[in-house]
Write a protein that binds this ligand. Structure first.
Ligand code: HEC
Length: 142
């Protein structure tokens, strides 16, 4: 009798455990969905922000032709050869992203003056993105 009683007790306890485990699973699943909903959109938005849209790249190219190509033809530097716009040179000089180029375009650096006013609103960012892309692609000639 005692054994049977304790058996029933075990069954009851394990029934409660199953219910508890089920509730845990459900709340875990809900939490997971919530976390995914919160976590997934930002990286997607971040990617959009990281790759410049074609229109701003094109305007970056036009700005380069208008304000930079005189000294930086094909990503070179006619005044200081060691300060050209090739990827390896940029990185050696601590210029690691489009934003760093935008800052230099706007404010100048060393012997180079700033072009912030000439480039206009959003211009430094556009030309920075374009120059960075050319550097990544190895500055195709032409
Ligand atoms: C009148 C010539 C001239 C023009 C125009 C010019 N630059 Fe420069 N640029 C230089 C010189 C000279 C340097 C080297 C400055 C130094 O460090 O003394 C330089 C350096 C740079 C650097 C750093 C390169 C490195 O490897 O360290 C970047 C980036 C750059 N220029 C971008 C631009 C952009 C973008 C434009 C157009 C908005 C532009 N430059 C227009 C002369 C020019």
């Amino acid at each position: 009798m005692r054994t049977a009683g304790s058996d029933r007790c075990d069954v009851l306890i394990s029934g409660a455990d199953v219910q508890l485990a089920w509730r845990w699973l459900v709340s875990l699943a809900v939490a997971l969905v919530l976390v995914l909903a919160l976590v997934l959109p930002p990286p997607a938005l971040g990617l959009e922000g990281a790759s410049p849209d074609p229109a701003s790249l094109a305007s970056g190219g036009r700005l380069f032709e208008a304000h930079c190509v005189g000294c930086h033809i094909n990503g070179g530097n006619i005044i200081r050869r060691g300060k050209n716009l090739k990827l390896a040179t940029l990185q050696r000089n601590g210029i690691d992203d489009p934003a760093a180029i935008a800052t230099i375009a706007a404010a100048g650096i060393g012997a180079m003056g700033g072009y912030g006013e000439a480039l206009g609103e959003g211009g430094p960012e556009a030309v920075g993105a374009w120059v960075w892309q050319q550097a990544l692609e190895g500055w195709p000639r032409g």
